[in-house]
Design a protein around this ligand. Structure first.
Ligand code: PMV
Length: 360
């Protein structure tokens, strides 16, 4: 599929007023996307676990306008309240996707959205939020053209979500998702994410992710700024090579279930991502003292117990603690005994690998 395949062949038939609701999950990258080319094309491929509990639910109500408007017409409600400050992001998103959904100026929209996780928990809602909105819009396209296949629906939803926020393209399906071209993964694409196409060892079934909320404030540096700092970064090219290598090594791990190697790759990826931040110009650091405290504790626990628990990080201070199903009691006890003390107000979220977005 190319970009052209997502453009309408003829202007779609108008549909009556209606309402569509989708719930889309967040995702956590194992191999990180950091650095991009124009039009949200990733500089390197990434692979992620789709989450389950952390999700955004969006209801899109649409009302046909008598005449197409000059600008996008919509209201936005976040957790029941009108949110003017979120509108520019949606405006930009609509402008980017209008070419692929030419009906956007023919309707008035009401977008009602809410998150399952606490507001300003430091958990990015852009992935789940953009995915949920893209799915609702695809719901409209499907009503206009009921012949589209489920595969096309998901690919185009991922394609559109990517134009809202890169990593959002990995929040449509589950449970293991790959985005970005790598020759060893057939069907991989830079413009939408796909389900990881090879077999996955049972060790990864029901993998757990307990998210420790270390710092709940606004991030000091947005991921958009961070991605841009990879242009001219002295280590960028090597980092992109490393991501490809990790992705290929993970393919072996997914096949044979080697959790020691899994831990090594995933933690290396998290620290490499933050190393890129700390060595860009200007440099910045999103980890907090508690982030490091948690990492130290995980390393000590692993050494003492032989556990396969590991951590990964997003572009923020919060820590994702990853562990296999068969260790869930021991690791959860360790988290409660030793890690919760590092969390702001003791807050954390128990999540696990999930199977993608759902129509409500
Ligand atoms: O989707 P963005 O532009 O917010 O970038 C996400 C970047 C990371 O979360 C740090 C890595 C990733 O692959 O999700």
């Amino acid at each position: 599929m190319t970009e052209k395949d997502f453009i309408f062949q003829s202007f779609p038939t108008k549909i009556d007023a209606g309402k569509i609701t989708w719930k889309a999950p967040s995702n956590i990258a194992l191999v990180k996307y950091w650095g991009k080319k124009p039009n949200q094309i990733p500089a390197n491929p990434s692979v992620s676990f789709t989450l389950d509990a952390c999700a955004t639910t969006t209801t899109l109500s649409f009302l046909p306008l008598k005449e197409s408007a000059k600008s996008f017409s919509f209201d936005l409600l976040f957790e029941g309240q009108s949110k003017k400050e979120f509108k520019p992001k949606i405006e930009t998103f609509f402008a980017r996707i209008e070419k692929y959904l030419p009906f956007l100026k023919s309707y008035h929209f009401t977008i009602e959205t809410s998150n399952s996780f606490p507001h300003s928990s430091g958990i990015a809602s852009s992935a789940s939020g953009m995915a949920a909105l893209a799915l609702c819009l695809m719901g409209m396209e499907e009503q206009m053209n009921p012949n589209i296949t489920a595969n096309y629906f998901n690919q185009k939803a991922s394609f559109l979500a990517r134009l809202g926020s890169g990593s959002a393209c990995r929040s449509i399906e589950g449970d293991l998702i790959q985005w970005g071209i790598d020759e060893t993964i057939e069907g991989s694409s830079n413009i939408y994410a796909i389900k990881y196409p090879h077999s996955v060892h049972k060790n990864f079934k029901n993998y757990h992710d307990t998210i420790l909320l270390v710092h709940k404030g606004q991030k000091e540096v947005s991921s958009t700024v961070g991605h841009n700092l990879m242009h001219g970064h002295p280590f960028a090219e090597q980092r992109f090579v490393q991501a490809h290598n990790h992705l290929r090594d993970l393919q072996t791990v997914f096949l044979n279930g080697d959790l020691d190697r899994f831990v090594e790759i995933v933690e290396n990826e998290a620290l490499s991502l933050h190393a890129m931040m700390m060595t860009s110009t200007p440099y910045f650091m999103l980890m907090k003292p508690s982030t490091l405290g948690i990492i130290q504790k995980i390393w000590q626990f692993r050494k003492a117990s032989g556990s396969k628990v590991c951590f990964t990080l997003d572009a923020g201070a919060n820590v994702h603690v990853l562990y296999p199903e068969k260790e869930k009691e021991d690791v959860y006890q360790f988290i409660k005994d030793e890690l919760i003390a590092f969390c702001e107000k003791g807050q954390y979220i128990c999540d696990r690998i999930g199977f993608g977005a759902r129509k409500m």
